[in-house]
Design a protein around this ligand. Structure first.
Ligand SMILES: [Zn+2]
Length: 57
C-alpha cells in the first residue's frame, strides 16, 4: 500500500527519493517526474486542532 500521492498530478506512482537538507523525506513522481515532500502539507494545523480543549473554558 502506498498512501503517498503526487502533489502535482495526484498519481500514486511515486517512490521515495532520499531526503532534503532539513531531513524531510522527498519523493519523485514517475508520471510527471517532479519531486515533492508530502510532509510539507501537514504543516497547516488550525488552532482548533492544536488545542481542542481551549473551547471548554
Ligand atoms: Zn506527478
Amino acid at each position: 500500500m502506498n498512501s503517498i500521492v503526487c502533489r502535482y498530478c495526484q498519481s500514486e506512482n511515486v517512490v521515495k527519493y532520499g531526503h532534503i537538507h532539513n531531513g524531510k523525506k522527498r519523493y519523485i513522481c514517475y508520471d510527471c517526474h517532479r519531486q515533492f515532500t508530502p510532509d510539507a502539507q501537514k504543516k497547516y494545523i488550525s488552532d482548533e486542532q492544536k488545542n481542542p480543549w481551549m473551547k471548554c473554558y
